[in-house]
Design a protein around this ligand. Structure first.
Ligand SMILES: [Zn+2]
Length: 232
């Protein structure tokens, strides 16, 4: 029996658990990308997989919705891989060890990848459900979002017909945000002059912080390991 069976909506958590069994950290998205293609093939859905691994899956409108505007559902297939010290997991090869803790799903000693596995799970559950009434669906799942929106940068979206996009990558359950979004990259060069003198190698480690998301918790005045080490 699966760990998440019984949780509702059942199909969403069935797919979420399948996703957790496939290693899918950023830059390691070939398997999860192929999993999406296999899903599309098994459901006879038109799909595109580009050379970076981005996947678009199309589903026709149901009866009565043929003249409605198509809707784009969007998320990303990669996750942030972090583990607690002492945990032995090979994020390249090993599945996550998930469990239910009260009304939360967690992974033992590691990140869960709810960001953004839950978007993929929702999209697949919707595509899988022939009883739902909907306009034409265009499901866009990109690679390497967590490391700079890389998939979103290269994906060719010219074949999409929809003008309404629902991004499933928010931080708060039950809240919908009407917005647009973007990202920017910054390259910084610090000139360094090196000398021949022998020095002392120092290993600098910051820990014991509260943690949190650099976006969602940025207003909470928490210490940030990168900033602290930068100051040192
Ligand atoms: Zn995300």
């Amino acid at each position: 029996m699966s760990v998440l069976s019984g949780l509702k909506p059942e199909n969403v958590f069935k797919y979420f658990e399948e996703i957790c069994m496939i290693p899918h950290g950023s830059y390691n998205t070939e398997k999860i990308s192929n999993y999406l293609v296999d899903f599309a093939k098994a459901h006879s859905l038109k799909h595109i997989q580009d050379e970076d691994g981005n996947v678009i899956i199309f589903k026709d409108a149901t009866e009565g919705y043929e003249n409605s505007e198509p809707v784009i559902l969007q998320g990303h297939m990669d996750m942030v891989c972090e583990k607690e010290s002492g945990v032995t997991i090979d994020f390249e090869k090993d599945p996550l060890d998930i469990y239910v803790d009260g009304d939360l799903i967690k992974a033992k000693g590691t990140t869960l990848g709810g960001d953004d596995g839950i978007a993929v799970a929702y999209a697949l559950a919707i595509l899988d459900d022939d009883s739902l009434k909907h306009p034409a669906l265009e499901v866009v799942i990109t690679v390497n979002e967590e490391v700079g929106l890389l998939g979103a940068n290269t994906i060719d979206l010219s074949m999409l017909k929809g003008h309404t996009l629902i991004n499933i990558d928010s931080e708060k359950e039950g809240s919908f945000l009407t917005s647009c979004a973007g990202g920017t990259g910054l390259e910084m060069n610090v000139p360094v002059s090196r000398t021949e003198r022998m020095g002392l190698a120092v290993n600098l480690k910051v820990d014991g912080l509260l943690g949190g998301h650099s976006g969602a918790e940025i207003d909470k005045d928490r210490a940030n390991a990168i900033i602290l080490i930068g100051r040192v």
